[in-house]
Unconditional design. Structure first.
Length: 307
């Protein structure tokens, strides 16, 4: 005779069923959607968080999404440079990159890249790690912030999506390390946020996700209850004008606006330190981060849950 469930077990299973039902309209809406996930911050250092991120992306792939990962690796690059006796120097937030630094950065990024591919393959999802140099995905010119020559740091000039579409159509999850090449085919380090934004625009992605150590956009940074779930481009511009977007948030918000104006439907800023933050953001009525949307886009998180 089968053992009957007690009341607490029954409510636990009903809660799980409720989560699945809540996710249904979001899965339906974004079925077949191309999603660019920029992966960086502490979630790349903590092994358990890394597994959580990869499992999220694997699930997105298995339910019909077309995810692409673009990863950073700044902390690891700094650590390896220290091991070879080089100190990191930054100008306007960009690493000064001489030839030796570029060599170390490319080796470290490729090592990270193949590690992420291995983790994805362990979930049973096919994955392929590529550099932005492969198939000339990222063609760059030399970035000179405020006129300063900081070496082999690339400004994305164009994106060739041929290889990425080929991999997606063949059922692979592309994992991209942000190294580009110039017209002379020299390697350049590219800021991962910039690379993800450029790829999202070129792919006309439905979603661009920034996974970092930032929880989202707050009306008041000192008030954890003031998280803004959704902002239109107009509201984001006003937020910037108000002077509330300081530090690393300002360039992120400008990147969000650029992506939306180029055809990306929604840009999400999420805290990668929260396990399964992507699933909580995409498939719940409230979400846990901030979504930037076009001025005429539906405010999806304000939907009634009575449908």
């Amino acid at each position: 005779m089968e053992q009957e469930l007690n009341a607490s077990e029954m409510y636990r299973y009903l809660d799980k069923a409720g989560v699945l039902i809540e996710a249904l309209p979001y899965i339906q809406r974004f079925q077949g959607a191309t999603i660019i996930v920029k992966y960086g911050g502490s979630a790349m250092v903590d092994h358990e968080l890394k597994k959580s991120v990869i499992k999220d992306v694997a699930l997105l792939k298995l339910i019909g999404f077309r995810p692409i990962i673009v990863h950073g690796g700044g902390k690891d690059i700094t650590n390896w440079l220290q091991k070879v006796g080089k100190q990191s120097e930054f100008v306007n937030g960009f690493r000064v990159t001489d030839e030796e630094t570029m060599m170390v950065a490319e080796m470290v990024l490729n090592r990270i890249n193949k590690g992420l591919v291995s983790m994805m393959e362990k979930t049973g999802v096919k994955s392929c790690g590529v550099s932005g140099k492969d198939g000339t995905i990222l063609r760059v010119s030399r970035k000179k912030p405020d006129g300063n020559d900081i070496g082999y740091v690339g400004e994305v000039r164009s994106v060739d999506t041929t290889l990425l579409n080929t991999l997606l159509d063949a059922g692979f999850v592309p994992v991209i390390c942000p190294v580009g090449s110039d017209d002379g085919y020299y390697s350049y380090n590219v800021n991962a946020d910039d690379a993800a934004c450029a790829i999202a625009k070129a792919m006309k992605a439905q979603k661009l996700v920034f996974l970092s150590d930032i929880k989202g956009v707050y009306e008041d940074p000192d008030d954890p209850e003031s998280l803004i779930s959704e902002m239109t481009v107009a509201e984001t511009r006003e937020f910037i004008r108000s002077g509330h977007a300081g530090g690393g948030m300002l360039p992120k918000l400008n990147s969000c606006i650029d992506a939306i104006n180029a055809g990306v439907q929604r840009v999400h800023i999420l805290d990668g330190r929260i396990p399964h933050s992507q699933l909580l953001e995409f498939f719940t009525n409230k979400g846990i981060g901030t979504a930037i949307i076009g001025d005429t886009e539906q405010r999806f998180y304000e939907k009634s849950n009575n449908d």
